[in-house]
Design a binder for this molecule. Sequence first.
Ligand code: NAD
Length: 310
Amino acid sequence: MNEVKERPMARSARTGEAPPAIRKVGVVGAGQMGNGIAHVCALSGFHVLLNDVAAERISEGLATISGNLARQVSRKRISEEERQAAIKRITPADTLDALGECDLVIEAATEKEDIKRRIFGTLCPALRPETIVGTNTSSISITRLAAATDRPERFIGIHFMNPVPLMELVEVIRGIATDDSTFEATKHFIGKLGKQIAVSEDFPAFIVNRILLPMINEAIYTLYEGVGNVEAIDTAMRLGAHHPMGPLELADFIGLDTCLSVMQVLHEGLADSKYRPCPLLVKYVEAGWLGRKTQRGFYDYRGDKPVPTR
Ligand code: NAD
């Protein structure tokens, strides 16, 4: 795949400066979303620096990327040369300071506002003033996160879907201060990744999760109230509504901690009791049963095949 060549971008209304051509992308958080974002960026010709607070998460992330790229080769989606070139474009970054040369940094760390704020507090002073900072948050206000940075004009929501290499959509969310040049540069960047864009206003959980997470939360209430067990609920929605995955299977795939955080943001942000997180979801998270990533959630993944836990 060719190296990325950028066309000139619209200028910032406030500063009059054009945003930098995006060549080098920093990714903060090497979990399931961060490694997926690094994967698609590298495959599209961008140089990627992959950071995490835990060094082992970076090596696990790189191993996951390598395995997923190999699967794409075996399915003839990409060539062996493309796989090797993509891997060479990803460099581990042990500190946020190491992201100083990036033209765009995408934060994909744990869905907790205080964690994200602390990251921006350390990250932004290390960046050039014109560098764009994006967040992959599923639900938190872009305007509020932007206000915690030194660059609200250059801050934007870039919400990838899971699994990143397979899903076609990226939601783009402008904060109140996001300038036109940042918006245009972001859309251009997403186009280079071969993804489609849906633009969402900056309200809790944006579009996809505003609709999806209350459905998952309702499935957990259905389980909590004994209307059906895990198997019945997932089978009902797979075969009765033609969903590719049942809602509880999907919750495990997303991560129950992320599901709970999104419901809390909806509940607090919209102050409507219809978004009340199900107490059973809270209990699973308190137990540390976070779904696939901890091998236990609504299913137990420690054996040969997933076994419902209820
Ligand atoms: P995850 O738990 O798989 O990964 C989070 C990573 O962030 C971990 O590796 C953790 O070590 C790292 N981290 C925590 N604190 C950090 C810090 N201070 N600096 C650097 N790294 C830090 O979670 P995920 O599913 O990849 O979610 C990441 C983000 O993406 C969240 O904001 C989430 O809401 C969003 N998101 C998730 C999904 C999904 O389906 N899981 C979909 C879209 C968006």
